[in-house]
Design a protein around this ligand. Sequence first.
Ligand code: IPD
Ligand code: CA
Ligand code: CA
Length: 263
Amino acid sequence: MNPNPNKGYLDTAIYAAKVASDHIIKSSKRKIKTFKDKTDLLTDTDLASEELITNIIKNKYPDHNILAEESGLIDRHSSEYTWIIDPLDGTTNFVHNYPSYAVSIALIQKNEPIVGVVIEMPLMNIYYATINSAAYCNNKIIECSNTDKLILSLLVTGFSYNHNENWNLNIEYFKKFTDITQGVRRLGSAAIDLCHTAIGHVDGFWEFDLKPWDVAAGILIAKRAGANISKLNGDKYSIYDDEILVTNGLIHQDMIKVFKELK
Ligand code: IPD
Ligand code: CA
Ligand code: CA
């Protein structure tokens, strides 16, 4: 069997995510430092986590680009590799002690995620995948569910901080899918929503207005677990798009039909 060429990158991502999540879990001060927007919070822990992760990556791969939520882009120009980091996904949950938040680290090569690691806290579940491997949770292979009917499905979505037109439209989608499935959850961490689709806790996830750091790791994990990923109308998705649909594949077309009908 050929060794995984991305193993070194994966080990670095897992190590950095563990260092950051250990720090987050121990961090007792859950005070809001500032409001990035009306409901968009920032804490010292977001910043400390980002510094821990970026320092590990800069030391190990000084030539690689880094795109991190709080500090932006470090562009090394000559590199085709970019690390994409959400140091704390689900900050609102973290601040309120609601037990669902994550660290998300991905490596992309020419816009294609090749490594993805998400640590779900406070459970400390470690989800990961590379472009040439299965998806794992705590070192066990995971796969999407095999639910093939909307009426038997459990879904999850999220609502961005920006209460714009998409936010209003999503309320309509939320209502409709709540009516035609077994329910729609809203947990507050897109990285975890993607991993829960990968492991089959939910059958599908959609959201508007996510950023590359919310999704880059989670979509690779979901894809390697067998998920279908597209825009809500079925078009090809990139991490820079502002809408995403991720399902077990079996309910994908039925969900697209509903999005098209309500638009
Ligand atoms: C947020 C979470 C949430 C999603 C928001 C994101 P943050 O990330 O992923 O689930 O609905 O749109 O901004 O701000 O907690 O890193
Ligand atoms: Ca986020
Ligand atoms: Ca964040």
